[in-house]
Design a protein around this ligand. Structure first.
Ligand code: SIN
Length: 177
């Protein structure tokens, strides 16, 4: 039996985990796509001028790469309490199965998911509009574009694809000039 737990991060949890983990590894979750469709008024935006941050959309046949953090039992409960506060802006917990790079599965992995029924959800918009919003927005955790750039850099460093993330990154950089 597993002691402790595993948390899957696909957004800020990749580059700013604030998790006391004993190990981490890149994994993919199947049938989900990462999208900058969640509004953020507590981290990368403010009320009235939300930023855009990542959530996952169900999409059969697709997959999303992220990081699985293996956490010891002794610190797991306190870590969940901290993450519940951090992800309070629309994110719910969900247990999923993920695949490691060698193809083996990890079961009962926790992820935070912002679904379309939460009040902060923004959904799809033309890429230029999303890029302009990301370029403008900033909040208590910093600039919205920094979130996007750091996520893109982390994926690129692992040679992992995500057309939505890289397309948005390019669009924001183009607007920056
Ligand atoms: C995550 O990183 O897994 C959750 C979304 C976020 O906080 O960016």
């Amino acid at each position: 039996m597993r002691r402790g737990g595993i948390v899957f991060g696909y957004g800020s949890l990749i580059f700013r985990p604030d998790i006391e983990f004993k190990s981490r590894e890149w994994v993919r979750v199947s049938d989900w796509s990462r999208r900058f469709y969640q509004g953020s008024v507590d981290h990368r935006g403010v009320p009235g001028a939300p930023g855009r941050v990542a959530t996952l959309l169900p999409q059969p046949g697709s997959h999303c790469w992220g990081v699985a953090y293996h956490v010891e039992e002794a610190v797991y409960g306190a870590m969940l309490e901290r993450l519940d506060i951090r992800e309070v802006g629309g994110y719910d917990r969900r247990a999923v199965t993920v695949q490691r790079r060698d193809g083996t599965a990890l079961q009962d992995v926790l992820m935070y998911l912002a679904t379309p029924d939460n009040p902060g959800y923004l959904g799809a918009a033309p890429i230029g509009a999303m890029a302009a919003q990301i370029l403008r927005a900033r909040g208590p955790s910093g600039e919205n574009r920094e979130y996007l750039y750091r996520l893109a850099a982390a994926l690129r460093a692992e040679a992992l694809e995500d057309p939505h993330v890289f397309g948005l990154e390019q669009a924001v950089r183009d607007l920056e000039g």
